[in-house]
Ligand binder design. Sequence first.
Ligand code: UD1
Ligand code: UDP
Length: 365
Amino acid sequence: MSRTIAHVVGARPNFMKAAPVVDALAALGAEQVLIHTGQHYDEKMSDIFFRDLGIPEPDVNLGVGSGSHATQTAALMTGLETTILERSPAVLVVYGDINSTLAAALVCSKLGVPLVHVEAGLRSFDMTMPEEINRRVTDVLTDLLLVTSPEAYAHLANEGCAVDQIRFVGNPMIDTLLRTRDRFDGAPVRAANGLPDRIAVSTLHRPANVDDPAVAQQIIDALRQVAKTIDVVVPLHPRGRQRLADLGLVSGDGLHIIDPLGYVEFLSLVADADLVITDSGGVQEETTILDVPCLTVRPNTERPITISHGTNRLVTPAELAEVAEAVLGGRVSFPAERPPLWDGRAGERCATAIVELVDDLVSRG
Ligand code: UD1
Ligand code: UDP
């Protein structure tokens, strides 16, 4: 029987989660195949992370690209089915909550290939988010649920998952941050982008924020207001870029709209920032470890531990400017206790659990 461990990655936040797992499995001598779906394909949304993080070149790139949810998911499933049949892996590992994760889970379950989900059990309980649908469907189809946060146990148990399929491994995205941290150097990145020493960093890409012109306008107005107090740099995700520009998200008066940055450059800016304003999942976690105040422009988060153990706080677009002023004025304090097992060893724990699963499958024939 095959002992090959296949990984499916597709979009920016997958790469920093997969890197330490792939590394730790390589250290154990595992046979691996890396499948990139091509959901993200711009150099600055994909290739740059493979170089920055030393991830091996993908063995396969399906080149699926963009489309509506149905078009993209169908193309992902078709491409993945062919590749999985060709490669016959023992298990397949998926990451996070993107459409590539969901498509791989559906294909594996139909082909009878055991599935491992890294970052299982996170829930926003907001079914208007495409990611929440992806998380729920993926987890119900998963054989080994690797969780980053203790509350995931209850979420998964409530949905009928067996507790003996769950392992609390910690957060591999934080492994990547801790390993890369000594390469963070804000000054040259600020200089290259014409930024002063004191900055706020903002990222925006959630459909609820950037696809709805009324909400986007409120957020842009708030960022313009914050930029009167501190320069705000926005490395802008490609989603809705032109629409946001038309609504006034353009450089000037302390606002700096730039292309997405590579991992080391981006976190070099964040690590030194006075404030982060975001709707990203991963950035909520990274600011928790970097101890940088984070305002998340969302009504909910699937990562509540970044609020109870970190620097994160949820804000509405309407209150964003006022809360940002309060944080910059030092009038808001945050608990800063590192979440359990966000210790740089999650990749190793994932690898151990995955190899145990493969051993078990091989011994059962
Ligand atoms: C996807 C994930 C989201 C994740 C985000 C991380 C889903 C449903 N959403 O959202 O969970 O937080 O990635 O960044 O899987 N585009 C480019 N170049 C690229 C990629 C995308 O220009 O390399 C543009 C295209 O116009 C595309 C749009 O961005 O239509 C959206 O891309 P898509 O991958 O569908 O979703 P994201 O919004 O990036
Ligand atoms: N990130 C990056 N460059 C940027 C913006 C974000 O390297 O210009 C990194 C960020 O540090 C984190 C990841 O991208 O590791 C988060 O991805 P994203 O916000 O696209 O997705 P989400 O986490 O919301 O799913």
